[in-house]
Design a protein around this ligand. Structure first.
Ligand code: PGA
Length: 251
């Protein structure tokens, strides 16, 4: 049973609309150099989701948002509803990124609501988990990831779980240039899959688990070669089409 291979770009708060369109077009232009077996996703800021959807039209590159609201619609100034994201032609939404947990008070409670909104609107969540440096050094990384999964993913139905992507992103490796070793990634990915198996059984074998945290062309192949690593969620290196595509060649 071959799991989906995914390379997703999290652009974070980078690119102006014209730059984002150019980046997306460059990814489309170079896409044919990479195995068709790789599923590419780009996640631009809300402001140019629509233009990027347009820019990748006709290609197999999917578009995702970086967050969505907990509520369906209404008086929630500044929020963006999952329904709005889906209406633009997006297929994915990143939820629970560590930057949102850390800087914007994201909790399992809010994430449960966001997951429900994503599914209600046909979006596939890319649900992020991962420990910070202190937790890693104390040896608590397994427990942290387990809790982040139990508190949110365990509330999904089997049908919803079949349409989920997980990203393991150690906070200490995000944007720091420090990458988890391929062995560290495999160890925790295998553990995450075991936790998923305890709840969802054999369906856990089909859930893509991506690695994120300073993943780049020079280390992608080694990390992706591991049995339980099904691709990457890429930050910095997703801002250059050449690097982003080169990471796809890591498979
Ligand atoms: P990075 O970010 O690749 O820049 O470390 C990854 C992420 O936060 O998704």
């Amino acid at each position: 049973m071959a799991r989906k291979k995914i390379v997703a770009g999290n652009w974070k708060m980078n690119t102006l609309p014209a730059e984002g369109v150019e980046l997306a077009k460059s990814v489309v232009a170079g896409r044919s150099e990479v195995c068709e077996c790789v599923n590419f996703i780009v996640c631009p800021p809300f402001t140019h989701l629509s233009q990027v959807v347009e820019a990748v039209k006709g290609s197999d590159i999917a578009v995702g948002a970086q967050d969505c609201a907990t509520e369906a619609k209404g008086a929630y100034t500044g929020e963006v509803a999952a329904q709005m994201i889906a209406a633009l032609g997006c297929k994915y939404v990143i939820l629970g990124h560590s930057e949102r947990r850390q800087y914007y008070g994201e909790t399992s409670e809010s994430l449960n609501k966001k997951m429900a909104q994503a599914y209600a609107n046909g979006l596939t969540p890319i649900y992020c988990v991962g420990e910070n440096l202190e937790e890693r050094e104390a040896g608590n990384h397994f427990a942290v990831c387990k809790a982040q999964i139990e508190e949110v993913v365990f509330n999904l139905t089997e049908e919803q779980f079949a349409n989920l992507v997980i990203a393991y992103e150690p906070v200490w490796a995000i944007g720091t240039g420090k990458t988890a070793t391929a062995e560290q990634a495999q160890e925790i990915h295998a553990y995450i899959r075991e936790v998923l198996r305890s709840k969802f059984g054999a369906a856990a074998e089909e859930c893509p688990i991506l690695y994120g945290g300073s993943c780049k062309p020079s280390n992608a192949a080694e990390i992706f070669a591991k049995a339980d690593v099904d691709g990457g969620l890429i930050g910095g290196a997703a801002l250059k089409a050449e690097d982003f595509l080169a990471i796809g060649k890591g498979f």
